[in-house]
Design a protein. Sequence first.
Length: 164
Amino acid sequence: MQGLGSEKRILAIDLRASSFGFVAFEGPTRLLDYGVRSFRQGINAVKVPASAKIAALIEEYEPSAVVLKQWPEDASRKRARMRKAIVRQADLGRIPVRLLSRSVVRKTFAGHDRNKYTIASALARRFPGLAEKLPPKRKVWQSEDYRMSIFDAAALGFAYFARV
């Protein structure tokens, strides 16, 4: 395994109610891949379970760390179950899981921390490949665009490298 100061490959994952956004980084300046994967239940259920999708990402990118957002203990049971699935998959590959709080991410983007959109815009400027995925700024009555989970995952990954 590489040392903390050397370039690392990480997989940052942002969990949502029925999907997760991910960004694979090769060091702090290079994005390997990003996207959103769904794991809906019910009538429109996705055929491949979320744990299999996460396992495929871990196998494909072989990260030296998986980065997740730290949630309070009273977070939803579904999110806790998904986090356990991610930790289980990472443990199988002997990959450490790093948890970052929201305040750490906000401190990393000092000056851009007014809201999630300003952080996403800063990330789109830093990583031009993400710019095409940046949704328009939402109005207060609109729900959040599913693509914002890509930027939340990218913010986690960027904050991880800023702390190392």
